[in-house]
Design a protein. Structure first.
Length: 468
């Protein structure tokens, strides 16, 4: 009894026209697929027996077609490898009319990027093995819009222990990154009637655009040496978006007095505080400042992510919500993409509960602290450059002298020498309209290069920044 075609080892899809005969149609279909590049050189074809079963042809018909294409040079036979597509000359495809791809910088010193070469691959693999070994069949089925309970349980303990967050698993929603969570939350708040949102100035312009797309009128909240000037909040403001632990980009934490003022504003007006715990794990001179959420859990949405601790490729983030926001956020998540992928959530939960995540962060904190110190040693040797902010995070803001090269000139010079970093001006509200009204500076990331590449990156940077 012949085998069913589905048991053959290789599948092959070709467009057959057997009007002129089966063999002729098969030869023509294979030639076309090879010439069009759908079967590139080296592609292994099914055996004559296997393809005959798939197509319902006789084995002799397929063998004859293969032999003809071998004679023509389209196919070749290799002992032990069967029949493969041969190397044949093809016309070069016309160049696509697309914008040129951005070149990869030789030295990536952009802010907010971790050293992904230090990803804890061994620990991640060990957790993955434990998860897969003990996984129940339903783990591989559809997920939950709110996120796996295993990860929400792990985060409840971890965030309470390390960041002073007050929560329970039912108040946590897992998202595919902070960007998605911010978009979902902005839409939920706008649908609920919130119309005015305050954001730090300067602040992350990408996230400002997310809030604006939801239909908010954005109030610029100035930042000084004590953080965001929360006394500027108005009664019309329905939500305020902050990075209180380590303000992006200035690097200052929100002063305790302003934290109290902000909590009083939220309780008095019913306004919502959205806390992006940006770089919350990385404080180098003392214990990190606790989360703002811990002193006002019913007025604060706490947002965290692994993009700075593990890497941006791990698309996992979380929001700790006041109870009334949980149902609409779960609904919004479900409507956006149903749920965040499950296996990564379970692996992260295992990393956290086994304390491998803590160990990785501690090791990263030591490494980044040394890198920051090396950077500051070089900055202070250049007249006019002034580092700002507390010892924390993954970047340092350096302000520029008024009598030297402009921010734009330095960024241009750096780009010409293969250096990627970021300027301060673009992060201000309305910077495009009045660029001269804002202080100029450079945001220099010290985390992204690998350990062996970092010294060369500093050499290249300060050779470029040195006075000429």
């Amino acid at each position: 009894m012949p085998k069913d075609w589905s048991s053959s080892r290789l599948d092959l899809h070709i467009d057959l026209d057997t009007t002129g005969g089966r063999r002729s149609g098969l030869e023509s279909a294979l030639r076309t697929a090879i010439r069009q590049g759908r079967l590139p050189a080296g592609t292994r074809l099914p055996s004559t027996r296997g393809l005959a079963q798939q197509l319902g042809f006789s084995r002799g018909t397929v063998s004859a077609a293969y032999d003809q294409l071998v004679e023509e040079g389209h196919l070749s036979t290799r002992p032990g490898s069967g029949t493969v597509v041969a190397e044949v000359a093809r016309p070069a495809p016309a160049p696509a009319r697309t914008a040129p791809a951005p070149t990869t910088p030789r030295h990536d010193l952009r802010p907010g990027l971790p050293d992904v070469s230090a990803f804890p691959a061994r620990a991640w693999l060990a957790s993955t093995r434990r998860v897969l070994t003990g996984a129940r069949p339903e783990v591989f089925g559809a997920g939950e819009a709110q996120g796996r309970i295993e990860l929400r349980n792990a985060l409840t303990d971890y965030l309470g222990r390390t960041r002073g967050v007050v929560t329970t698993p039912d108040r946590i929603v897992i998202t595919s990154g902070y960007y998605q969570g911010l978009g979902l939350l902005s839409n939920v708040l706008a649908a609920g009637g919130t119309r005015v949102a305050a954001l730090e100035d300067p602040g992350h312009n990408l996230f400002r655009e997310v809030v604006q797309r939801a239909g908010f009128t954005v109030l610029a909240l100035p930042v000084d040496a004590r953080g965001a000037r929360v006394e500027a909040l108005t009664p019309r403001t329905g939500a305020v978006f902050l990075t209180p632990s380590h303000q992006y980009p200035t690097g200052v934490p929100l002063h305790p007095g302003r934290r109290r003022t902000l909590r009083a504003w939220a309780r008095r007006t019913g306004g919502l505080i959205v806390e992006d715990d940006y770089d919350g794990e990385y404080r180098y001179d003392r214990q990190p400042v606790g989360a703002l959420q811990g002193i006002a859990p019913d007025q604060v949405v706490y947002c965290g992510t692994v993009s700075k601790t593990l890497g941006p490729a791990v698309r996992l983030a979380w929001m700790v919500l006041p109870p009334h926001l949980v149902p609409p956020m779960v609904q919004a998540k479900q409507e956006a993409d149903l749920y965040t992928e499950t296996l990564g959530q379970l692996v992260l939960a295992d990393l956290i509960t086994t304390h491998a995540y803590d160990r990785h962060i501690r090791a990263s904190r030591l490494r980044y602290r040394r890198r920051r110190e090396l950077l500051l040693d070089r900055v202070t040797a250049v007249p006019g450059l002034t580092p700002r902010g507390v010892p924390a995070g993954l970047h340092t803001l350096v302000t520029l002298p008024s009598d030297g090269p402009t921010e734009h000139q330095l960024l241009t010079r750096c780009a010409q020498h293969g250096l990627a970093l970021r300027g301060l001006t673009e992060l201000h509200h309305h910077a495009a309209d009045h660029p001269a009204d804002h202080p100029q500076g450079l945001l220099i990331g010290f985390a992204a290069p690998s350990d062996h590449a970092y010294p060369a990156a500093l050499d290249a940077l300060f050779a470029t920044l040195a006075p000429r």
